[in-house]
Design a protein around this ligand. Structure first.
Ligand code: FMN
Length: 171
């Protein structure tokens, strides 16, 4: 019999910190180089621990233009902006593709660079990440059909990227 009393709490009440994902929080995933870069809104992801390193994990659908930049450079940044102030940008950068418009210019955002890796100058907090592992999710690996029904009825499976956090920056 247990000696201690445990009580359930809301997960949201115990998760905190500058680099939270999901719920109301989101980040701008940016990749590319000094000549050309792209950014997109992400809310899926997290901080994880693997291979004796603290890493970031992100989930990027096959179709995203930003994915091409991540794969070319094997590096990316996650920029966390003030959620209220930039609420409108979250939608714009998360629905229009950089294939069709220069999103960064249209959003009136400025890029800054850390060792050639672009990040958003308007951010409060930034993670600079180096990809260690990437893999696309597969239908045959999904163990609950609702996941396919809810997210993959048109395919376009997410790739997940586990990336070493090279630098944490706070403005
Ligand atoms: C709040 C929010 C969160 C999003 N999170 C993700 C995500 O985690 N992964 C993903 O692949 N797309 C996500 N998206 C969708 C992309 O941001 C969207 O498709 C974007 O237009 C892709 O831009 P790109 O083609 O220029 O890369 C999200 C969109 C919104 C509005």
């Amino acid at each position: 019999m247990g000696l201690h009393v445990f009580q359930p709490v809301e997960l949201d009440d115990v998760l905190e910190g500058a680099f939270r994902f999901g719920g109301e929080t989101w980040a701008l995933l940016t990749a590319g180089n000094e000549n050309k870069a792209n950014t997109m809104t992400v809310s899926w992801g997290g901080i994880t621990y693997v291979w004796d390193k603290t890493c970031a994990i992100i989930y990027v659908r096959e179709s995203r233009y930003t994915k091409e930049f991540i794969d070319a450079e094997k590096k990316f940044s996650l920029s966390f902006l003030n959620h209220d102030e930039y609420r409108g940008l979250k939608k714009y950068l998360g629905s229009v593709s950089g294939r069709d418009e220069d999103k960064i210019a249209n959003a009136k955002l400025n890029l800054n660079f850390d060792d050639g890796i672009p990040f958003v100058d308007e951010a409060d907090n930034v993670l600079i990440c180096k990809v260690l592992y990437r893999q696309q999710m597969k239908e045959e690996c999904v163990t609950n059909g609702r996941v396919i029904a809810n997210f993959y009825d048109k395919g376009n499976y997410h790739w997940f990227y586990i990336a070493e956090i090279k630098k944490v920056m706070i403005r």
